[in-house]
Write a protein that binds this ligand. Sequence first.
Ligand code: ATP
Ligand code: MG
Length: 186
Amino acid sequence: MYRLAIDDLEAGYGAVKALHGVSLEVRQGETVALLGTNGNGKSTLMKCIMGLLKPSGGSIVLEKDGERVELTGKSTHEIVALGVAMVPEGRRLFPKLSVRENLLLGAYRRGARGVIEHNLALCHEAFPVLQERSAQLAGSMSGGQQQMLAIARAIMSAPRLLLVDEPSVGLSPVLVKQMVDTIAAL
Ligand SMILES: Nc1ncnc2c1ncn2[C@@H]1O[C@H](COP(=O)(O)OP(=O)(O)OP(=O)(O)O)[C@@H](O)[C@H]1O
Ligand SMILES: [Mg+2]
C-alpha cells in the first residue's frame, strides 16, 4: 500500500505566501490532476512534496507498506529513496549528454540500480523514439521528445509516485493526448 496525504499545507517564498491550507490525498493507483491558473501554486506544492521547499505549516505524510513517513523536513534524496519522483517544470535535462546517459542518470538512487534494464525496456516501450535516438544529445531533441525523455528519466528511478509538472507544455494537441494516455498507462 502506498498513499500520499497532504494536510493543511502552508508554504511560500519570504513574504509571498503561495499555499494557504492545501489538503489532498493520492491513493495507490490513482491519477490526480492539479488544475489552476498561472501562479496559483501547483509547482510550489510539488516542490514541497519533493523537499525542495520547506513548508511553513501542515503535513505531508507518505504511507508506505504500513509505515507512515512525514516528508516535511526530509531531504530530497531521502524522498526520492522512498519512491517519489518528479518531472520538473522546464524538464531540466542534461542537454550535452545523450538520451541514454540522461536515462541512466535517472537510475542513480540505490533502489533503482538493480532494475535498470527492466526500466529501460519500459521507457522504450512507452516512448519508442527514445530507443531510436539513444545516442542523440538530449539538447538536440525536439521539445516533445525532450518531454518524453524527462518523464522516462523519472521512471528510471523506479518511482511508486510520479509527479509531472506541466506534462503538456509545448506539445501539439495530438502529442498531448498521447502523453496523457501514456501517463495513464504507466
Ligand atoms: N522562487 C520564488 N520566489 C518568489 N516567489 C515565487 C517563487 N516561485 C514561485 N513564486 C510565487 O509563488 C506563487 C505560486 O507559483 P507557482 O510556480 O507554484 O505557480 P504555478 O501554479 O505552478 O503556475 P504556472 O501554471 O504558471 O506554472 C506565484 O505567485 C509565484 O510568483
Ligand atoms: Mg508551475
